[in-house]
Write a protein that binds this ligand. Structure first.
Ligand code: NCD
Length: 311
């Protein structure tokens, strides 16, 4: 594995399988009464979050703690960033305290990459703007692999606000690396621009017609309508979005029996996903959350525990 995890480009297919194997071992820790492994004892990890987060931040915090690392959470609100300190000064300041790893989320695409160039400790990208969110894609791939077995030849539909989605961009890379064929489904206004040539190069299909894709899918990943990243009107009304692109109760009936449903959260219930779908027996949404801790433990372990330990 590379020194940092900034993008799915940083992990090979073999790395992904190795991470999944470690994650499976880590997953067992979650079922124990005493959830502690000594692997990162004496190491300190900072979670530096410049954007809101519930599950990613707590998941990294729990992952670090279960590996016995000391974990510090810093958010932009309440830090000196709100006093005008530059990103470079902020990260140099916190790392000068002697930390061993930095997990960061930032609203600017490329921020984690830039920070990694300034530091000599591993940097893990926990979401940079609309660019990438590699640990989310890894936990999605892990969850799907556990459910479907190998993803080789499996057809995954990724549906929703793709333009603004770093989860989509990371998943395209990881799912295709794992051998799945992906169809990206969105209204034309939320399909990333240039997706035609890009999709050919990246090896995935695109569609504006959710109803045509659902019966063919082996898994469906719904993505959130990211209102906070929208500057204009991308669709006429929430109702119209749901009619065209929501996983509604009626659409559930068109899936092959047992088709798993994923969503990285937070969900807009009633907009991109109906309660019947979110809470369906085949919904893996809470499995994704639980896998998130195991996968992040695996990532922290491989990046921070040192060469010998990672063998
Ligand atoms: C995603 C994110 O923040 O990029 N959520 C997450 O990490 N669980 C997706 C989203 O915000 O819609």
């Amino acid at each position: 594995m590379t020194r940092h995890l900034l993008s799915i480009d940083d992990v090979s297919v073999a790395d992904i399988h190795q991470l999944f194997e470690t994650a499976a071992e880590m997953h067992d820790v979650q079922k124990r009464e005493v959830k502690k492994l000594p692997a990162l004892r004496g190491r300190t990890v900072i979670n530096l979050f410049f954007e809101d987060s519930t599950r990613t931040r707590s998941s990294f915090e729990i992952a670090g703690k279960w590996l016995s690392a000391d974990v510090i959470n810093l958010s932009a609100k309440g830090s000196s960033t709100s006093k005008g300190e530059s990103l470079r000064d902020t990260v140099l300041t916190v790392t000068a305290m002697g930390i061993d790893g930095l997990v960061m989320r930032h609203s600017a695409s490329g921020a984690a990459h830039q920070v990694a160039g300034w530091l000599d400790i591993p940097v893990i990208n926990a979401g940079d703007g609309t660019h990438e969110h590699p640990t989310q894609a890894l936990l999605d791939g892990y969850t799907l692999t556990r459910r479907l077995g190998s993803l080789e030849g499996k057809h995954v539909a990724i549906v929703g606000d793709l333009t603004h989605s770093r989860v989509f961009r990371s998943n395209i890379k990881s799912l295709t690396k794992l051998g799945a064929s992906v169809t990206a489904v969105a209204p034309p206004t939320l399909m990333p621009s240039g997706v035609g040539p890009w999709s050919e190069e990246a090896g995935f299909a695109t569609s504006y017609d959710l109803d045509a894709v659902l019966p063919e899918a082996d898994a469906v990943m719904m993505l959130r309508v990211q209102k906070e990243r929208m500057s204009g009107g991308y669709f006429p009304s929430p109702r119209e979005y749901t009619v065209g692109y929501g996983l509604t109760r009626q659409r559930l009936g068109t899936l092959k029996p047992g088709t798993p449903i994923l969503h990285p959260g937070p969900m807009n219930r009633g907009l991109e996903i109906a309660a019947d779908a979110a809470d369906a027996a085949d919904s893996l949404i809470l499995d994704q959350v639980s896998a998130g801790v195991a996968v992040r433990m695996a990532v922290l372990y491989h990046l921070l525990a040192g060469e010998e330990a990672a063998q």
